[in-house]
Design a protein around this ligand. Structure first.
Ligand SMILES: [Zn+2]
Length: 59
């Protein structure tokens, strides 16, 4: 899969991210969305997305 968007960390400009998906979990109150986290592999800065498609808005 090569669908990763070109996204750079706002802190260190690293373009490598670890992607984590946080599925529905009532503890967080996100009952209708699946949250996507992108974690910078350089500085560990975490970007939050409530919908995977929103990642592509950063272009
Ligand atoms: Zn970074």
């Amino acid at each position: 899969m090569t669908d990763q968007p070109s996204l750079a960390c706002p802190l260190c400009a690293c373009t490598s991210f670890q992607q984590e998906e946080s599925r529905q979990d009532s503890r967080w109150g996100f009952t209708s969305h699946r949250m996507t986290l992108l974690i910078c592999e350089s500085c560990r800065y975490v970007l939050h997305f409530y919908d995977r498609n929103s990642i592509f808005d950063f272009d």
